[in-house]
Ligand binder design. Structure first.
Ligand code: ADP
Ligand code: MG
Length: 414
């Protein structure tokens, strides 16, 4: 029998280069159209709905009477009016001004976390950010995952367009102390981004390294992001952080910077099992990290979002998903949001075009599957907005008692 030659490290190296070349060429072919990624525009009816205007007529009347506000562009021989995203958001902010961030309050930071990959974290982060921006909020999204899927959803080619110094690595290595200069505008009005790229992975070595060198000088590896966003909290209504699928130094930074945590969880056995590990690891690590230093941390809200839920089984039958859903509700009780994101072909089709349900196209609105997906995300965003408004109220109350980041215990201590 012929003995096959062994594979040397040089062989592995060559394979790595070939794979990288192949990926680069596939990616540039696939992503070419995204470079021109465009935000949707809206009909007058759609704007009226987003504004929660009492009727279409009242919105039309308001357009006519408010000379200080955008009146959109007339199309179809002057029969229809369309509004671009910036114009739409301007109207929404005007109608909803009493619901938006009150004076004196700062951005509420929400981390989307789950140690398992493929649990819809990135999709959840992007849809929540887009949905909140359509409700008038100004949102900053921060990509802390070196896989940079969220950055890709913005039509950016991470490993081509993003240098290491454009990512949170600049905070990790100490060259910056604020994220401000890392923030960029995106194709979506009201949504700014701190991007990621695979080179951010070096933070996993840099942070523990600095801890051992600078720990005695007060450096805390898990507070780099929390301190890094302090400078911009007053400039945004909401900050949303997407996190890597691992208990990494970057994930801990995301969790420590947050006022609220959302864990998207598909009702599948392995996903459920892994979610239980998340809580035990999270609590073990924070215990040794914080409590050993005499610190504590509390959250305004921690929610589980049932996501990518398959259709219910017919009468009398039951599926694995039905059983796992019951375990999830029994385990996480009131933390489980009272809504579900259905598994739909729309969500996966949109993501293969590097978008989400909010990257809608004309004609989507008439599609029944699209509407079901969109309604579920809208309901999710509405629920989180309530939590955000609650957190603002707590901030204002606490600031009255001395300092926005006072020590009033929040309901969900870890
Ligand atoms: P993660 O960030 O946790 O790794 P992703 O957001 O990248 O997860 O989602 C994993 C996969 O699931 C993606 O291919 C995405 O398109 C798909 N997906 C997300 N939400 C849905 C949904 N509601 N229905 C069907 N597929 C979904
Ligand atoms: Mg992801």
């Amino acid at each position: 029998m012929e003995i096959r030659p062994q594979i040397t490290l040089a062989g592995v190296h060559q394979q790595a280069e070939e794979a990288a070349d192949m990926l680069a060429s596939i990616r540039s072919a696939m992503l070419a159209p995204m470079v021109r990624k465009l935000a949707p525009s809206f009909s007058a009816d759609q704007v009226a709905t987003l504004c929660e205007a009492s009727s279409r007529g009242s919105f039309a009347h308001r357009i006519a009477s408010r000379k200080d506000m955008p009146s959109g562009t007339l199309v179809s021989n002057g029969r229809k009016r369309v509004f671009d995203l910036a114009e739409t958001r301007q109207w929404v902010r005007d109608y909803r001004k009493d619901i938006l961030r009150p004076e004196g309050a700062e951005a509420i930071t929400i981390s989307i976390a789950n140690f398992k990959g493929g649990t819809t974290k990135t999709t959840t982060a992007m849809t929540l950010a887009q949905g909140l921006s359509l409700m008038g909020h100004k949102v900053l999204v921060i990509d802390t995952d070196p896989q940079a899927s969220l950055t890709t959803l913005f039509g950016i080619l991470p490993d081509v367009e993003i240098k290491q110094s454009d990512t949170l690595m600049a905070l990790a290595d100490g060259s910056l102390t604020s994220v401000r200069s890392l923030i960029r505008n995106t194709y979506w009005d009201g949504l700014d981004l701190v991007p990621s790229a695979s080179s951010l992975f070096d933070a996993e070595f840099m942070l523990p390294n600095r801890q051992s060198r600078e720990g005695t000088k007060g450096f805390e590896f898990y507070r780099v992001l929390d301190l890094g966003i302090d400078d911009v909290r007053a400039d945004y209504d909401v900050i949303i952080i997407d996190s890597p699928p691992a208990l990494s130094y970057l994930t801990l930074n995301a969790l420590m910077a947050a006022n609220g945590i959302i864990m998207p969880l598909p009702p599948e056995t392995l996903d459920f099992a892994s979610s239980t590990q998340f809580w035990s690891l999270f609590s073990d690590v924070t215990e040794s990290m914080l409590e050993a230093r005499g610190r504590t941390k509390s959250y305004d809200f921690i929610n589980i979002l049932l996501s990518r839920v398959p259709p219910k089984a017919g009468r009398g039958a039951s599926t694995t998903a039905d059983a796992v859903r019951e375990w999830i509700t029994a385990t996480y009780k009131e933390k489980v949001l009272p809504l579900e994101i259905p598994r739909t072909s729309v969500a996966s089709q949109k993501s293969s075009g590097f978008g989400t349900v909010y990257d809608s196209e004309p004609g989507d609105a008439k599609d029944k599957t699209y509407k079901r997906a969109r309604d579920a995300y809208d309901l999710f965003v509405q629920h989180i907005e309530v939590s955000i408004r609650n957190a603002w109220s707590r901030q204002l109350q606490t600031s009255g008692e001395g300092g926005l980041y006072g020590t009033t215990p929040a309901p969900q201590e870890i």
